[in-house]
Design a binder for this molecule. Structure first.
Ligand code: ADP
Ligand code: MG
Length: 373
């Protein structure tokens, strides 16, 4: 369906060489998730595929037509390649149904009656038939993105490119959009999806591209990329997105910021809100406990001994979230089971965590907590 050879993109204004040598072959019906750090050229890559951006060199074939060939009818290619953007890009002055009718009428010469029938059908598929006559400004972000998907489908594309379709959404609206995308994926349309939703990428894709430094640095099945990445940069990236880490060496930490990060992290992994609440709750209690125990003297000691580290990680294999707190030995037990207070706090944690373990890790005290999903 799509073949890419030695794709290079240099932005002429900045001279920045964003894509250096991208090669890929994508078969009909494949669903490819593209992950990687920001600024590595994922969006540029998608924009080159549908010629919103002119490649500097290299070739892209879509359905045997070389879209980089100046003789190729670019308008025709664009009609076959739909794109869904982070920012929806709906026509705000048109009603929802008009947004979904305008493309087929203007570009495919479809009659108004046929376009309307098709639009109603597509809006039904994305769950928004009841909003047909509403205007985009009356919709939530998740609803707007579902309309954008229906509009994309209205052109009957062979390939759909999604560029971070859920990044602009409030976390509570992510899943409705992912559900719609998953639905489309199951129908066998070829799709490339740039996403930060790792659990979704794992479930929906046939293959994952890890992009870094202007190339597809590693490419494999979701199992390979997420569970057993072969190359160093992929390993570092996967480890980083799988966990939230926080280092602190004083009482003044941004607990709300940390809890926000943990909330987003839980969301990225599709944990239900009950689960997410539980994880946030445990972190809040543990961190609060630690901070409360820090008088000025202990705080100075903590600083001098390199501070504490908290990390929260998700294990897809065992399906549990592990929270780990590491503290210097010099501070004494994190939760001392010998004291009445320590024991009470441990019991308290045991009531919400399946595993509670205290021990040592690389010369530091470790409190390890597990919550099953
Ligand atoms: P990603 O989607 O992986 O975050 P992008 O493709 O958006 O990466 O951007 C890759 C790099 O190219 C970034 O450094 C970005 O600033 C730069 N870039 C993106 N678009 C343009 C543009 N139109 N002109 C110049 N530089 C750009
Ligand atoms: Mg991008």
């Amino acid at each position: 369906m799509i073949r890419i050879e030695h794709l290079e993109k240099v932005y002429s204004d900045s001279g920045l060489r964003v894509l250096t040598d991208v090669n890929a072959e994508i078969r009909d019906g494949e669903v490819i998730s593209i992950i990687g750090p920001s600024g590595t050229g994922k969006s540029t890559f998608l924009r080159c595929i549908n010629m919103l951006e002119q490649p500097t060199s290299g070739h892209i074939w879509i359905d045997n037509a070389d879209v980089t060939d100046p003789r190729t009818d670019i308008a025709h290619v664009r009609r076959q390649v739909g794109m869904v953007f982070q920012s929806f890009n709906l026509f705000d002055h048109l009603s929802v149904i008009d947004n979904v009718m305008v493309g087929p009428m203007k570009l495919l010469g479809m009659s108004a009656a046929d376009a309307e029938n098709q639009a109603r059908d597509l809006l039904d598929q994305v769950g928004l038939l009841s909003k047909a006559d509403a205007f985009p400004s009356q919709l939530s972000g998740g609803q707007k993105q579902r309309v954008a998907i229906a509009r994309c489908l209205s052109m009957n594309p062979k390939v759909i490119l999604f560029d971070e379709p859920t990044s602009a959404l409030d976390p509570t609206m992510v899943s409705e959009v992912l559900r719609v995308i998953r639905d489309i994926a199951s129908r066998g349309i070829t799709m490339l999806i740039v996403t930060h939703e790792m659990q979704f990428a794992r479930n929906v894709s046939t293959r994952v591209f890890y992009m870094d430094q202007g190339v597809i640095y590693e490419d494999g099945t979701p199992e390979q990329i997420f569970d057993n990445p072969q190359r160093e940069r992929t390993q570092i990236f996967i480890k980083r997105v799988r966990s939230v880490s926080s280092h602190f060496d004083s009482r003044n930490i941004d607990l709300y910021g940390l809890l926000g990060d943990i909330h987003n992290f839980c969301f990225r992994y599709g944990l239900d809100s009950e689960m997410a609440k539980q994880v946030e709750h445990v972190v809040e209690r543990v961190v609060d406990n630690c901070l409360n125990s820090l008088d000025d003297k202990r705080q100075a000691k903590l600083k001098a001994c390199g501070g504490m580290d908290l990390d929260v990680a998700f294990s897809e294999k065992s399906g549990h979230v592990r929270m780990r707190l590491l503290a210097p030995m010099e501070l004494g037990h994190i939760l001392d089971p010998e004291t009445v207070e320590g024991q009470a706090r441990l019991d308290d944690l045991r009531s919400v965590c399946q595993t509670v373990e205290q021990g040592m890790h690389e010369g530091r005290l470790q409190l390890s907590l597990g919550v099953n999903c």
